[in-house]
Design a binder for this molecule. Structure first.
Ligand code: SF4
Length: 230
């Protein structure tokens, strides 16, 4: 597995668990707000961390850590993802996968084989609006399949939508909410400006904007919450 960075201890990335996060490179989307454009656009130009170094770290920290979050980029594009997960699980650690949902067959296999304990899927917008946000040609049918698989899987999940200022309307939120009914966790994540963002000029949303968007989605997803606003 090509690992591009590691967060050695996080209380945030894996809800409820002390975890480490690993970041894979490359992605099949080009989201306008992606805060890690070099990792998505040109991973080959970035240094990698030796897999053995990561497992040596896990060996030392296995008594403190309870889980590992595999993020990206898009981890389901990595051909050795399954073997990597199996090796993590051999340390008796739980595994959370972050995904954009473009590979439902891989997600299905990971759920069926009980290799993942939690999946967090990005929801870029409602299905008709995906091209505007992810700025590429993706199979919306695959995205819908992934949502359905994850909602119906007997594992923890979360869906989350990143919100730059002025990008989403309340009607967009209503349509996301109608689509995701049955989700047991959904977060509106406030966009944070970064030097490595895919697009220049995007602004962080205000608390008032986030609350307005949340109010629109609540009738459909009563558990909807906001992240990233103090
Ligand atoms: S935000 Fe996620 S899905 Fe979108 S381009 Fe970046 S890594 Fe890929």
């Amino acid at each position: 597995m090509k690992i591009y960075s590691i967060n050695k201890t996080t209380l945030i990335d894996y809800p409820g668990l002390v975890a480490a996060s690993v970041y894979t490179g490359g992605c099949n989307m080009r989201c306008i707000y992606c805060h890690n454009a070099p990792l998505v656009m040109c991973p080959a130009s970035l240094p990698t961390i030796d897999e053995e170094e990561f497992f040596s770290f896990l060996d030392k920290r296995k008594n403190i850590l309870r889980g590992v979050c595999i993020s990206g980029g898009e981890p389901t594009l990595c051909p050795d993802l399954t073997a990597f997960i199996d090796r993590i699980r051999s340390y008796d650690l739980k595994v959370k996968l972050d995904t954009n949902g473009t590979n439902p067959d891989i997600i299905s296999d990971l759920i069926r084989s009980k290799r993942v304990d939690m999946i967090a899927m990005d929801i870029k917008s409602h299905p008709e609006d995906y091209p505007r946000i992810c700025d590429c040609d993706v199979s919306i049918e695959n995205i819908k399949k992934s949502v359905s698989l994850i909602i119906n899987a007997p594992i923890d999940h979360e869906f989350r939508t990143t919100v730059p200022s002025g990008v989403f309307s309340e009607d967009d939120m209503i349509r996301i909410g109608q689509w995701l009914q049955g989700a047991r966790a959904y977060f509106l994540q406030a966009f944070k400006e970064a030097d490595t963002c895919m697009t220049t000029g995007l602004q962080e949303p205000s608390g008032e904007e986030m609350n307005r968007l949340k109010s629109a989605i609540l009738p459909y997803i009563p558990v909807a919450s906001i992240r990233g606003i103090d």
